[in-house]
Design a protein around this ligand. Structure first.
Ligand SMILES: CCCCCCCCCCCCCC(=O)SCCNC(=O)CCNC(=O)[C@H](O)C(C)(C)COP(=O)(O)OP(=O)(O)OC[C@H]1O[C@@H](n2cnc3c(N)ncnc32)[C@H](O)[C@@H]1OP(=O)(O)O
Length: 257
């Protein structure tokens, strides 16, 4: 059982990273896809590629929904447009890649469906467990592979209140942990947060849209250092700055090995 679990989790990370790298390849273009995919937006195509390692079509929480404000949609459209560039009349992958997001990645990984029932079957990703659109964390992460950075467009819902009318510091920390952790995972493979250091500079109004910018600072052995800034959507106002330290782990660490 433990061995099976390790096998699936290792495969999950490998498949996830493989997918990200595959999708980031500059040679990727429409010619490699069945004709039926070509009319779909790029995010949908990424989900339906034959090399997609997940067994069924799960809900992708990073796609727009009716709760998104015009500001959120505008920023999504801006970064999404950077995911595809036109070169010599041909559409190609750009430097940016939209990361899909699920409420239980394990469930949709090859061979993971059964394991997801056995291992904490009710477990759901903390940031994706509020079903009502717009009530909690609405966000989408765009990765910039060459720059080893990412940006997250985040709209904070009314269930994330801390000080009246403003976002709870723990919810802000959650987003920072999630986005820095995602970048560290992409760059270094399986990691866990060892240290997060946060400075809250100005409050974030509930319902507003902010940008969470993360960048790689350095890698030293098993340690990946990421810096992070949360700003207003026009980047003019700094809300929070942070640093994170992530330690590469053997997946056995997740099973108490
Ligand atoms: C492609 C797939 C995409 C996936 C997307 C995912 C989306 C979701 C993203 C969600 C993301 C959510 C993410 C989450 O929420 S992760 C959940 C929150 N984090 C944890 O629960 C981690 C708990 N801690 C541990 O498990 C261990 O302590 C770890 C694994 C971190 C290290 O234990 P390990 O036994 O392995 O290492 P070591 O103790 O021998 O230390 C090794 C080195 O590290 C240095 N060190 C250690 N700790 C600290 C510290 N605090 N500050 C400064 N330095 C520290 C230490 O001095 C030493 O340095 P040196 O002497 O060698 O120089």
């Amino acid at each position: 059982m433990l061995r099976q679990g390790l096998y699936v989790v290792r495969g999950l990370y490998r498949d996830g990273l493989k997918l990200i790298r595959l999708a980031g390849q500059q040679s990727f273009n429409r010619a490699h896809l069945p004709a039926s995919y070509c009319h779909q937006p790029i995010g949908v195509r990424a989900l339906t590629m034959s090399s997609w390692p997940f067994s069924s079509k799960p809900r992708d929480y990073s796609l727009p929904n009716e709760s998104w404000s015009p500001e959120m949609q505008k920023l999504y459209d801006h970064y999404n447009a950077l995911c595809e560039v036109e070169e010599e009349g041909e559409k190609k992958r750009g430097a940016w890649w939209r990361l899909p997001s699920y409420n239980r990645t394990l469930k949709y990984a090859t061979g993971g469906r059964c394991l997801s029932k056995l291992l904490q079957a009710k477990a759901r990703l903390f940031t994706r467990n509020i079903e009502e659109p717009g009530a909690g964390f609405e966000y989408v992460v765009f990765l910039n592979k060459p720059e080893k950075s990412c940006v997250c467009v985040f709209q904070a819902g009314h269930l994330l209140e801390g000080p009246p009318g403003h976002v709870h510091g723990g919810a802000i920390a959650t987003m920072i942990d999630s986005v820095t952790g995602t970048l560290a995972t992409y760059l270094s493979g399986p990691v866990m947060t060892a240290n997060l250091n946060m400075n809250y500079r100005s409050p974030i109004p509930l319902g507003s849209v902010v940008l969470v910018h993360c960048a790689l600072e350095k890698v030293e052995g098993r340690k990946t250092f990421i810096s992070c800034r949360v700003t207003s959507s026009d980047r003019a106002k700094l809300h929070t700055d942070a640093t994170g330290l992530f330690l590469t782990i053997n997946v056995g660490h997740l099973f108490g090995a």
